[in-house]
Structures are given as structure tokens and as C-alpha cells.
Write a protein of this length. Structure first.
Length: 537
């Protein structure tokens, strides 16, 4: 196989690079020209649409169809890339076509955002860009026409943009001629350059090497230039002596050392770069974690707010429905329900104020009778019990010691527990609420205990281990926020109390709440719990 000479290889490489650069320059230039032409066409289309809209707005009503058609045809014929010019007329809350220029594309309905903007007359132009064919998008411009200061219609201009390749095709012939001329010049220049500067010095060097091979170690090649070939000649002359051999060995060792130093330096730079990238990633990760933390806190606060306000609103809804029937049957009962509704509304107001000022919230504790709080809450919940077929049973101890607590916060706590019991008994059941006193070592009333026990579906040990985790819920999507028991635990902590849960699948669930009793000589001796007749609510 015939080998190509050096100047031929160099010519081919230079020609390929030149052609590639010309093609790249053609593409880049065409793209720039296409963008400039597109910007000019967009600006001109917008100006034409606005001017035509103003011209139509200045025309007296009723506007002549022939005049409108003539104006649309003039706009369409002004530039070849304009595909459609259409005049729309307002009809109620929509636009209908009245006039279109000859040869326009079939009308297309306006998108909702464009139509609403035109109806309000809020902008002098509205633009919608969408694809039409490959690399040829359509540019739609709408301008509002007015009649007596009110939007009365719109002007639409649809324009097509030329693709980058279609613009580049215009310059192909020039690029071809430039490529041919460049290749001819490169070929001639490379040939004469290699003939004078490369081939002649190489021939002299080859002759000297042949003499050295024959035993003439004194063969020398005259140095005619200081370029690379001249340096090669000098090195060849030096190789013929013993000193040159020893010097070359030392140079090789020095080259090896420099390479190792360069490798070590490169590795160190790579490690430094990796360290910088790791520090940047760590900083970005920390910032993202902070942002996610703030978002999670905001979401939890919103869910907390919705959870607290939802229950009073449900109670109010139930009492309002029952109030209609009670007005005719028993006015006194209706008055009681009105008072209950009013109390729940006041509670919602307190919840809203507390949520808005949550950072400064402190629970105000005062002497409180738990039995009275439980009874008032159960009376308010009676519509929910009746609707779901729940039997309410009380076992409240008499002369129950007072505790230091907040009526609103404890009512919220009890509501969360009752709502959980209702959800656990979808087919009805029984909810037992009992209270009792626990004595301390001194024989005095030490703690007040309140139990909420239902006959619902119960919980597995796995579920019980997560019930106090924020946002954890086993309820269907949209029926639970996962904050109810979190709120219960928070309120218990605010009152210095404790909570204990007992549950088995299919055997129901029991929540025991324990609070410190207020020290009072009146309760020095603990009364035994008395049985109250079960009340069906």
C-alpha cells in the first residue's frame, strides 16, 4: 500500500480543519442572523398589530367590512412570512372572526389566558408562540381594539419564522467556493514549505546516518537552521561521542524525576479540587436542609391550625342542624344549643389568636374541675354520638380534687381523644369516660386520673410505637393530619401530667391521663369513685 507523504497528510488535516471551521462559522453566523431576523420580525409584527388595532379603534362605528378587509390584506402583503391577518369582534365573553386577509390560515380558537387578557384590555399586545412545523414556529400577536373606551375586538397577526438551516442554505455556495480556494492555497503553500524547510535537511541527515552506520563516527551534519530540524541535527552529532551518551543518560533520569514531580503535583491539585467541590456540596446541602426544615415547620403549623379549627366547626355544624328541629319542639333545648355554638365560636377565636401569636404563647393555668369540663364537652359532642350510634358511659368520681389547668387546652385534648375513638368505631360502640383519685404516700389526694376507653378496632404494638410521632396517621388520605396525639402530648406536657396507652387489635383502646391535684385540706381524704348510671347519648 502506497504511503502518503508528510506534506500530503498535513494538507489533508489542514483542509479538514478549515472546512470544519467554515461549516461551524456558517452555522453560528446563520443562527445569529436567524435570531436577529426573528427579533426584527417579532417587533415589526407587534408594531403592525398595535397600529392596525389603533386604526380600527379610531374608525367610526359601524365599521365597514370592505375597509377592514383592505387593511388586513395590506398588512398580510407587506411581508412574505405573514401567514394570517384576522380581525376579531367581541361577542359577549368571547371573540368571533369578522374579517380575515386573503390566503390566511384557518382560524384557531384563542387560549383562555389570551382571551381573558384581551377582554380586560390590560395590555397593548398579547403574544402566543407555538410550534407549526419542524424548526418553523408560529408567532401569534394579538392587539385589543376599543370602542368608546371598552374592548370591542382584537387584531391577530400570525407569522412564520425561517429555520436556521434554511438561512444557512442561502450561504452554501459562498462557503463551497471559499473552501475550494482555501484547499488550493493550503496545498500549494504546504508543498513549497516542506520542500525547502523539511525535505532537504532530512536528506542531509539521512546521508550522515548512512555514513555513521558504515563506521564513520566523525560524520557531521552541518546545521543550517535553528528550528526543530536543526536541533535534531545537533542531537545526532552529539550522540556520536561517549560524553553525549553519559549526558543523555543523566537527562533521561532528570526527565523521569520531573515526570514524577509533575504527577505528584497534578494529584495534589486534583485532591484540592475535590475538597473544594465537597465543601461546596456540603454548604449547598446544609442550606437545602435549613430550607426544608423551615418548610416542614410551616407545614406542620398549618396542619396544626387546620386540625384545631376543624373540630369546633364540625360541632357547630351538628348543633346548627339540630337547632332547626329544636326551635319548634323545645325552645329551652334550642337555647342550650345556641350557647354551645357560641362557646365553640369563641374557642375558634382563641385558637386563631393563639396560632397567630404562637411564639409568645404561654398556657394560663387556673383551678379547674375535670368532671365539669368532661361533661360540657360530651354534651357538645352529643350530635356526633347520635349520628354514629355511639353509647356514652360516665363513671365520674364525686368530690374530685381541682387541678391547675386551662379549660380550652384540656377541652382540645379531650376532643382529640374522643375523635380518635369515634374514628375507631365506624359501626358504633361504647365510649367509657371515668375519673378517679390516686393517693400519695402521705395518704392525701396526689393525682387525678381520667380514662377514655372505647370498644373500637384497637392498635398493634407497631402502630402504638409511632402514635406520638408528628404527621404519622393510619387514617385514610384526607381524614387525618397525624397531629392529634402530638397535640395531646403537648398539652399534657404543658400541664405537667402524663399519658399512658393500652390497646390490642379488636379489643379497643384506653388512654389514661394523670394530673397533679391541687393541695387543699378539703380533699385530704379521697372519695371512692361512685358509679353513675350510664347515659346513652
Amino acid at each position: 500500500m502506497h504511503k502518503l507523504k508528510l506534506h500530503v497528510k498535513t494538507t489533508l488535516l489542514a483542509s479538514a480543519i478549515t472546512i470544519a471551521m467554515l461549516i461551524a462559522a456558517l452555522v453560528v453566523t446563520s443562527a445569529g442572523i436567524a435570531n436577529l431576523e426573528r427579533d426584527d420580525d417579532e417587533a415589526l409584527a407587534e408594531i403592525q398589530a398595535i397600529d392596525l388595532a389603533r386604526h380600527i379603534s379610531d374608525m367610526p362605528a359601524p365599521r365597514d367590512v370592505d375597509t377592514l378587509t383592505t387593511a388586513a390584506n395590506l398588512i398580510k402583503g407587506s411581508r412574505p412570512n405573514i401567514l394570517s391577518v384576522r380581525i376579531w369582534e367581541r361577542s359577549g365573553d368571547d371573540f368571533v372572526e369578522r374579517v380575515s386577509a386573503a390566503g390566511s390560515l384557518p382560524p384557531e380558537p384563542m387560549v383562555t389566558d389570551v382571551r381573558e387578557t384581551l377582554l380586560r384590555g390590560l395590555a397593548s399586545k398579547v403574544i402566543e408562540s407555538r410550534p407549526h412545523a419542524e424548526n418553523q414556529p408560529l408567532y401569534r400577536v394579538f392587539a385589543t381594539t376599543f370602542e368608546k373606551g371598552r374592548p370591542a375586538g382584537a387584531v391577530e397577526i400570525v407569522e412564520r419564522f425561517d429555520s436556521i438551516w434554511s438561512i444557512a442554505f442561502r450561504y452554501v455556495k459562498s462557503v463551497i467556493w471559499m473552501s475550494v480556494i482555501a484547499i488550493i492555497l493550503i496545498t500549494l503553500g504546504t508543498y513549497f514549505l516542506f520542500r525547502q524547510l523539511v525535505y532537504q535537511p532530512i536528506e542531509k541527515l539521512l546521508n550522515a546516518m548512512s555514513r555513521a552506520k558504515g563506521g564513520d563516527l566523525n560524520a557531521q551534519v552541518p546545521t543550517s537552521s535553528n528550528d526543530e530540524l536543526g536541533m535534531l541535527t545537533q542531537q545526532f552529532n552529539s550522540m556520536l561521542g561517549q560524553v553525549r551518551e553519559m549526558t543523555r543518560e543523566r537527562e533521561e533520569q532528570s526527565v523521569v524525576l520531573r515526570e514524577r514531580v509533575h504527577e505528584a503535583t497534578s494529584e495534589l491539585e486534583l485532591r484540592n479540587q475535590q475538597l473544594q467541590e465537597t465543601n461546596l456540596e456540603l454548604w449547598q446541602t446544609t442550606r437545602r436542609m435549613n430550607e426544608l426544615g423551615r418548610l416542614a415547620a410551616a407545614g406542620q403549623t398549618a396542619a396544626h391550625f387546620a386540625h384545631e379549627v376543624g373540630t369546633p366547626l364540625n360541632l357547630i355544624s351538628g348543633h346548627v342542624q339540630l337547632l332547626k328541629s329544636d326551635l319548634e319542639r323545645d325552645p329551652r333545648d334550642a337555647q342550650a344549643r345556641i350557647r354551645t355554638i357560641d362557646a365553640q365560636i369563641e374557642r375558634i377565636e382563641r385558637i386563631v389568636r393563639r396560632m397567630l401569636d404562637k411564639t409568645k404563647f404561654e398556657t394560663e393555668l387556673s383551678p379547674l374541675d375535670l368532671n365539669a369540663t368532661v361533661r360540657r364537652l360530651c354534651d357538645a359532642m352529643s350530635p356526633a354520638f347520635d349520628t354514629r350510634g355511639i353509647r356514652m358511659v360516665y363513671r365520674l368520681a364525686e368530690n374530685l380534687p381541682l387541678i391547675a389547668g386551662s379549660a380550652d387546652r384540656l377541652q382540645q385534648l379531650f376532643l382529640n381523644l374522643i375523635n380518635n375513638s369515634l374514628d375507631a368505631m365506624p359501626d358504633g360502640g361504647e365510649l367509657l369516660v371515668s375519673s378517679a383519685v390516686e393517693n400519695g404516700k402521705n395518704g392525701k389526694a396526689n393525682r387525678v386520673v381520667v380514662d377514655f376507653a372505647d370498644t373500637g378496632v384497637g392498635m398493634t404494638p407497631e402502630i402504638m410505637s409511632h402514635i406520638f410521632d408528628p404527621l404519622y396517621t393510619t387514617k385514610a388520605r384526607g381524614h387525618g393530619t397525624g397531629l392529634g396525639l402530638v397535640i395531646v402530648n403537648q398539652i399534657i406536657t404543658e400541664h405537667g401530667g402524663s399519658i399512658h396507652v393500652e390497646s390490642e387489635p379488636g379489643q379497643g383502646t384506653k388512654f389514661r391521663l394523670s394530673f397533679f391535684a391541687m393541695q387543699n385540706e378539703l380533699f385530704a381524704s379521697t372519695e371512692r369513685p361512685v358509679m353513675v348510671e350510664p347515659g346513652v347519648k
